[in-house]
Design a protein around this ligand. Sequence first.
Ligand code: 13P
Ligand code: SF4
Length: 303
Amino acid sequence: MEEIVEKIQELKRRKKAVIMAHYYVRDEVQEIADYVGDSYYLSDMATKVDADIIVLCGVTFMGESARILNPEKKVLLPAEDADCPMAHMASVEKVQEIREKYKDVAVVCYVNSTAELKAVSDVCVTSANALKIVRALPNQNIYFIPDQNLARYIADQLPEKHFIYNDGFCPRHHAVTKEQILAAKEAKPQALVLVHPECKQEVTALADFVGSTSGIIKYATASSAQEFIIVTEMGVLHELKKRNPDKTFYFASNMICPNMKKISLEKVLDVLEREQPEVRMAPERMEAARRPLERMLELAVDH
Ligand code: 13P
Ligand code: SF4
């Protein structure tokens, strides 16, 4: 393993590459990354890094976003088949239908989506900024794709807006049940429950805090509590333990995203050597998908 890490470091320097990783990838991949974060952080950092190559250790839509925001950089995906099923759970035809029906609609696209869906949307959001961005939109009607759960979580806090739901979901977060949370709470009544908003309403309703993966890590780190029940993908444990060696973390379910786990050190080394597979898209698609992503970055900033 040490040998692979050394080779990666050497290639990174020689090729002016940076490695970015999502909190859900394997621990050893998070360890060699220059930047580790949630989906929002990774899109934002992709526009700020000084590099010729970005190695994106995450699922396909993350690589696509990095490329769309940096058309002049080479973006490499160590596991080309690491796709997020939710990214495909909406349709361009349905977006067009909704636009016909509601003339003033804003199509809000969660970044966990294909570039094709982003290209027909008005603005992108991540779980870290969805509430802030949707609240700031002048539109009354909001068509939120693809995630029904994040949509409902936001809608509950914005009763002044009319939401049109889509039926997409994350197969991992959506599978968590109210019963699992109640059982975890009963076993550890002193622990606070921290939940990702891709979970169902019956689950977020039982949370002490709901937030993105970075939000959960920040909340646990700032809290004076000592024990936490975490309700998101288990990869976050690496950063949680790093920042909070004396706190205790439990999981309400053994949530693993198999696609995120496809990225290994061997694959990172391989993409750096071959500079393949590279994220590629038609220029018109990239152009159209860039607008909603840039709008997200503008609206997410604290003024
Ligand atoms: P965040 O990174 O926005 O927390 O989203 C979680 C997720 O499921 C990424 O695929
Ligand atoms: Fe997609 Fe869910 Fe995996 Fe995130 S955790 S990449 S939403 S399948």
